[in-house]
Write a protein that binds this ligand. Sequence first.
Ligand code: SF4
Ligand code: SF4
Length: 93
Amino acid sequence: MYNVAHVENSKCTAEKGCRLCIMYCPEADTILLNPETQKAEIVIQRCKGCELCVIVCTTAKAITMHPVDGATGNILLGHKQGEVAGLGQAYAG
Ligand code: SF4
Ligand code: SF4
């Protein structure tokens, strides 16, 4: 399985001071505060798919998990996490 997190800007409240996902993500420098948008932003190449950020963002529900195209490295926002099994992707570590 190879899923990564994605922040929906319209739901993220980082501009009001929330930093929960940034604080709790166990991978260094994987969730950053975008200085222009003032929203949390996932560095998908670094995300390990642990979903801790989804769990801590319970109020805003701004983070969802999506599969990654193994060939291009692009996040497949049109696909929900549950569909990843059908894509036959391997966890790249
Ligand atoms: S926990 Fe949710 S609302 Fe808070 S900064 Fe992260 S994505 Fe935004
Ligand atoms: S899924 Fe895990 S590694 Fe990826 S951004 Fe969220 S907390 Fe960090």
